[in-house]
Design a protein around this ligand. Structure first.
Ligand SMILES: [Zn+2]
Ligand SMILES: [Zn+2]
Length: 260
């Protein structure tokens, strides 16, 4: 996920190889060489694979919890590592990034809330359960990238071995469509304009299942949230976040999310 806020251009997670990252960025009109920072959610390869090479080749700073950095297979050079802590905001030029602690089977995983003073967005994937701290952190969002990993029945009847099914379903695994929908229900408000469903399993979910679960919540609340679904194989159209009308138009620039 590329987040663009004026002088600051960050990537939240870097799981694809550098070449593919650059290709998808280019397809969205972005140049990977313009990146200033990468924020990692955790050390699993589908989130951190290219962090080391992005730092070495492009001089990008890599922010991660100490637990994540310690567990990286290809860590960035020491001078480009920055430690983050859950609940402690990182202030960059025009953008504040706050890590949120998550229950997931990694060393010190986090989600991120990004805000530019006028708009707020969050990227929350790779969590097995939801707690009050997470719900509190996700208040009044303009945009949300939310994990809907699996359909419970597809997971139960699917091809994975029993132990892996247990891991995915556990409190430190991944959110099912039902759990994602419940979290959405808790934090939904009239100002949520964009919802991206993400981290869908290719074996244990379909876009239709995930979409239905989210739409049931959105329809019940009658919001006009735009819904789209992330894919492992292609980038999404950029989501441009204009400051909500309730807030003064203090900035001309916009926060933009690009799901690459
Ligand atoms: Zn993952
Ligand atoms: Zn993970």
């Amino acid at each position: 996920m590329w987040v663009d806020a004026g002088a600051t251009r960050i990537l939240i997670d870097a799981g694809l190889p550098l070449r593919e990252t650059a290709r998808r960025c280019k397809g969205a009109g972005l140049d990977v060489r313009d990146l200033t920072d990468v924020f990692l959610t955790h050390e699993h390869a589908d989130h951190s694979h290219a962090a080391g090479i992005l730092a070495r080749r492009l001089g990008v700073r890599v922010h991660a919890t100490r637990g994540t950095t310690r567990s990286l297979r290809d860590p960035p050079p020491e001078e480009l590592r920055l430690a983050v802590r859950a609940g402690v905001p990182v202030r960059l030029d025009g953008l504040t990034v706050t890590p949120i602690a998550l229950p997931h089977d990694a060393w010190e995983p986090v989600a991120y809330v990004v805000e530019d003073g006028a708009t707020r967005a969050a990227v929350i994937t790779d969590l097995g359960s939801v707690n009050r701290g997470i719900v509190r952190a996700l208040h009044r969002l303009d945009a949300l990238v939310l994990e809907m990993n699996h359909d419970l029945r597809m997971l139960a009847e699917g091809p994975y071995p029993w132990s892996l099914k247990q891991r995915i379903r556990s409190d430190r695994g991944h959110l099912s469509n039902e759990q994602g929908a419940r979290l959405l229900q808790e934090i939904l408000h009239g100002g949520l304009r964009h919802l991206v469903l993400a981290h869908l399993s290719e074996h244990n979910n379909t876009e239709t299942h995930a979409r239905r679960a989210a739409e049931r919540v959105l329809e019940k609340h009658g919001t006009c949230t735009r819904l789209c679904i992330g894919s492992q194989s292609r980038a999404l159209d950029p989501v441009l976040l204009e400051p909500s009308r309730a807030l003064p138009l203090r900035r001309a620039r916009q926060l933009a999310l690009f799901a690459v």
